[in-house]
Design a protein around this ligand. Sequence first.
Ligand code: CO8
Length: 284
Amino acid sequence: MHRCHTLKYEVQGAAFEYIITAKKGKNSNVGLIQLNRPKVLNALCNGLIMELNQALEAFEEDPAVGAIVLTGGEKAFAAGADIKEMQSHTFQDCYSGRFLSHWDRLTRVKKPIIAAVNGYALGGGCELAMMCDIIYAGEKAQFGQPEILIGTIPEWHAQQPSAPAGAGGTQRLTRAVGKSLAMEMVLTGDRISAQDAKQAGLVSKIFPVETVVEEAIQCAEKIASSSKIITAMAKESVNAAFEMTLAEGVKLEKKLFYSTFATDDQKEGMAAFVEKRKANFKDQ
Ligand code: CO8
């Protein structure tokens, strides 16, 4: 297994075995996480998920970082949960939460996360991309939920009933692409192309393979240049659309909108507009 000793790829002193991290962008305000188990197409083993969570937490706490980019390799973003690690699990292991119980940490990160997907995004890999806020795809990316072919289903994890805690292959995919395409993908295991994924609304933009990560970093830089506190509110409000009724969601949106007026950054943003200058946000 590849072990990374390079200092620039360390987050707060932690050297990782399954991922590579770096700070990117002109102002080093983008946290980049690269899944790095190329020999097994970035299969998501427990160790990788633990490291991913550690890196996410470090970037979440870093006041300089305004957005995060999650990527894999050219051949695979991630080909799913590690089947070799998973095959001997029992129902008791899964139900008691001893198996991938912390995989959904990503969904609780307040900073925006952009998935830059090249190659295969399958099973848990597709679910991981869907847990991000924006998906950019390389033109050869392929998305799929092939679990049915190995005798299981896209995972729904009921360990914490009160929390939004599912990998989401049957849930987020259906909301993203609609019932017919989601059913077809889940029931046949067939993969869809980047172009089909864009047409269906699963990804927002497609780029050449070599530029997708750079494009994601540029988008993350743009996001990071706004107020972090207002950005977090905007993200929370959009995400509420997946969890709430329209009436509840609109109510939350109104409360968050009102809350922006309690921040210095709302005062600064509107003053800058009126004074025809660039806003200087302080994330307060
Ligand atoms: N787990 C473990 N090893 C894998 C995985 C995987 N998911 N995918 C690929 N590999 C390994 C292969 O075993 C192989 O290793 P080795 O060289 O030691 O034999 C190596 O990666 C290269 O793979 P292939 O030789 O198969 O490469 P191909 O180019 O021929 O095929 C495919 C590429 C089509 C992607 C093929 O590897 C494949 O079908 N992989 C499995 C895809 C799959 O079924 N994914 C779903 C897994 S189940 C799941 O994800 C449940 C989600 C649970 C929630 C998780 C939340 C994070």
